[in-house]
Design a protein around this ligand. Sequence first.
Ligand SMILES: [Fe+2]
Length: 467
Amino acid sequence: MQACLRFPTTPSNSNEAHFNIPRPCQHLGVGHGGEVSALEIRKETRTQPNGRPGNPAEGELRPVGECPVQHGLEVLGQIPEGLSGVYLRNGGNPMFQPANGHHLFDGDGMIHAVKLGFGNRASYSCRFTRTSRLEQEAALGRHVFPKPIGELHGHLGLARLALFYARAGIGLVDQARGAGVANAGLVYFNGRLLAMSEDDLPYHVAIRSDGDLQTIGRFNFNGQIEGSMIAHPKVDPATGDLHSLSYNVLKKPYLRYFKIDKWGRKSRDIPISLPQPTMIHDFAITENHVVVRITRSTRRAIVPGMNLEAGQVNRRRLGWKTQYAYMAIAEPWPKCSGFAKVDLVTGQVTKFLYGNERFGGEPCFVPSMAGDVDEDEGYVMGFVRDERRERSELLIVKASSMEQVALVRLPSRVPYGFHGTFVSSQDLSEQGQTMFIRPVESHSNLLGVDPYAGGTQLPCMLAGWPN
Ligand SMILES: [Fe+2]
């Protein structure tokens, strides 16, 4: 069953605050572009990319410390001239070593950023998104907020929740300032990069001119949104509008749709009538409709015999029928050994495999910004981990030929993560016009350790974590 909505046009301030438990199953789920997202939704799994359930403290998923911007990275090949901007990828990276109940999806949001420029220049940085939850826990020096996926189960989960509310009752923590980890999605809208998880408002993260990142704060669209917003809003390339959903598992309306126009004005909410609460991770837009799947998906393989997972289409054609989708090849599951360019018209599949013991995640398609060009004119990029050589890289592949054009060697490990996006230099120039960025001194490490002291191979500076 799908609910189709026509886009509303009347601005309104109708909102409500609520606390959602994020849905774990689809951080790595499929497609956030038009036709693709309705085709295939993977069922919930607790298995992680390192093949171990539950604890991400080991292997390639173990968290990393922040890395201040590192310039002059080694580049093999040639970064295309038209590819100027910043690739950003979100992921969960717990600041404090978890107890037994931690799950990958509970990790604190960390964004890894690679800035690409003229003359084959590349730089890298990674930063925690300073969520309210992270800052409160950093101030207390320990993990306090319950981890919704890993901890809130059974009697022990109830006990943890009760303990949290007791602490909140005496003012030790403040949930009203937000409890989300902002670790799943990223969208660039109206001159702002927004980091999102579906259990909270987005967080505005500034991309500094030197390629570093800086959390500006929890962003409620200038007071127009009070509750949560899902992690996969859609920017309509035709209108510039941002379409989104908000769900509430506690009270009606269980699901609401709204949009923000390109001037930042929110529409009225449209409640979607549901008989019972449900969690919505993603949805699709067409030229005139919003398509929301509100019942169990009937899984349908895009390519029979292949396990294709998270992917993207050309975002300049979001809302329109697209010919190509770029999907992670989740083989051997749960690792991604490459990505596939799928021709949705002919069924032709072109694979790009990362090689022996090399794995990645969601491919990010960066469309050409030239005028009237073919849909597959652009580049596919993403982080790749060479597990044998213990190296992390950013790979850039020309989409039309599916040939690698550049590889950027990164100065420190990038754990496997969730969704990414690319913000062009042109888009970045709007950013400076819409906000004030605080000086870098305010960006010191949360735990009082100088993040600039560690050179290119920073030790893990997080409480309780082994280096
Ligand atoms: Fe997702």
